[in-house]
Write a protein that binds this ligand. Structure first.
Ligand code: PBG
Length: 329
C-alpha cells in the first residue's frame, strides 16, 4: 500500500522542516533608492505609494533607522531634473550626478552598508533609451564603451557593486575589462541584470526615474516575455563575459526563469528584482481589501526564495525588516 507522502508531518515544526532555504534574513534583501539633485528634497512618487525620491540629506535620515533595524544593502538610482539630458547621457557620471555625489557620503555615514549602483543610460539620455543611438538604432559599440566608463566612475566614487540594467549586448565583457584595466576587479563586484524581460511591470519605475523612452520601446534589447531559451543564453553569455552575480527581473511572473537560472549556475549568487509594478500591485490589492498585505508579502518572498533567489531587491525592504525584527517572518 502506498504511504501517504505527508502523513508524518502533523506538527508545524515538522512542516517547517520541509521548507529549504526559504528564510529571509537582512542579507537576503537589497533596498532600491532614488536619489535626486536637491539635497533636501522629498518627492513622493504617485505611482509608487509610500516611496519618494530623496535628496542625500533626506536619504541619510531615511536610512538611519533602517540600518539600525539591520539593513545591509542598497541599490542606487540617480534621477535628474536640472542637469542636462543629451545623446551621450553625460550627466550619468558628471560630478553633479546625485549618485556620484552620494557615494562617498554614504560610505562614510554607513561604513558597513553594501552599496550597489544601477548602471544605465535611460535616465540621462534625451531620448530615454538605454544606449547610444545612431541613425539606424542602438550603436552597440558606443553604448558598451559608455556604460563601461560610467561603471568605472561609480566604482571610483565608492560603489561596491555595479549593476548594468541596460541590456546592451556584450556590456558585461566591456565593463569587466574596464574594471580589470583599472585594477578594480577585486574591489568591485559586477551584478548583471542578465535576464531582464521587456515588461509592463516597470511602468511605475519609469515615472519614478523619469526615464520613459520618448519614442519606441525597449523590445529590441530587453527579452521577450515568452523566451526561455534566450533567457538561458543571456545568463550563459554574461557568466562567460565575467559577471560575478546574476539577476532575473521582474520577479513573480518569471519564477520559472529564476529556477532555471539557479539550476544553470548554482554557484553564482542570484538576485531577483521584485519590480515597481509588482510593488504597486500588492499595495493596491491590499489597500482595497483584496488580500492581506503581510501574508501576501511573506508568500511572495518565500516563493522567490523557493525558486532560487539568494537576494530579493524590493521596495518593501523596510516593512520586511520590521517583520524580521518582530520575529514574525
Ligand atoms: C533602467 C531600469 C529599469 C528598472 C531598473 N532599471 C526600467 C526599465 O528597464 O525600463 C525597473 C525597476 C522597477 O520597475 O522597479 N533600465
Amino acid at each position: 500500500m502506498a504511504t501517504k507522502l505527508h502523513g508524518g508531518f502533523f506538527h508545524s515544526t515538522l512542516r517547517k522542516l520541509q521548507e529549504q532555504n526559504v528564510q529571509i534574513h537582512p542579507h537576503n534583501l537589497m533596498y532600491p533608492l532614488f536619489l535626486v539633485e536637491n539635497d533636501d528634497a522629498v518627492q513622493p512618487i504617485p505611482s509608487m505609494p509610500r516611496i519618494s525620491r530623496l535628496g542625500i540629506n533626506e536619504a541619510k535620515k531615511h536610512l538611519e533607522p533602517l540600518v539600525a533595524d539591520g539593513l545591509e544593502s542598497i541599490l542606487l538610482f540617480g534621477v535628474i531634473e536640472t542637469l542636462p539630458k543629451d545623446s551621450n547621457g553625460s550627466s550619468a557620471d558628471s560630478k553633479e550626478n546625485p549618485v556620484i555625489r552620494a557615494l562617498p557620503k554614504l560610505r562614510e555615514w554607513f561604513p558597513n552598508l553594501l552599496i550597489a549602483c544601477d548602471v544605465c543610460l535611460c535616465p540621462y539620455t534625451d531620448h530615454g533609451h538605454c544606449g547610444i543611438m545612431n541613425e539606424t538604432g542602438i550603436d552597440n559599440e558606443a553604448s558598451i564603451r559608455r556604460l563601461a566608463d560610467i561603471s568605472i566612475s561609480y566604482a571610483l566614487a565608492g560603489a561596491h557593486i555595479v549593476a548594468p540594467s541596460d541590456m546592451m549586448d556584450n556590456r558585461i565583457g566591456a565593463i569587466k575589462q574596464a574594471l580589470i584595466s583599472h585594477g578594480l576587479e577585486k574591489k568591485v563586484s559586477l551584478l548583471s541584470y542578465a535576464v531582464k524581460f521587456a515588461s509592463s511591470f516597470y511602468g511605475p519605475f519609469r515615472d519614478a526615474a523619469k526615464s520613459a523612452p520618448s519614442f519606441g520601446d525597449r523590445r529590441c534589447y530587453q527579452l521577450p516575455s515568452g523566451s526561455k531559451g534566450l533567457a538561458a543564453r543571456a545568463a550563459q553569455r554574461d557568466v562567460e563575459e565575467g559577471a560575478d552575480m546574476l539577476m532575473v527581473k521582474p520577479g513573480l511572473p518569471y519564477l520559472d526563469i529564476v529556477r532555471q537560472t539557479k539550476d544553470m549556475f548554482p554557484n553564482f549568487p542570484l538576485f531577483v528584482y521584485h519590480v515597481s509594478g509588482e510593488y504597486a500591485m500588492l499595495h493596491h490589492a491590499a489597500a482595497n481589501g483584496a488580500l492581506n498585505f503581510e501574508a501576501a508579502l511573506k508568500e511572495v518572498l518565500t516563493s522567490m526564495r523557493r525558486a532560487g533567489a539568494d537576494c530579493i531587491i524590493t521596495y518593501y525592504t523596510p516593512q520586511i525588516l520590521a517583520l524580521i525584527k518582530a520575529k514574525s517572518l
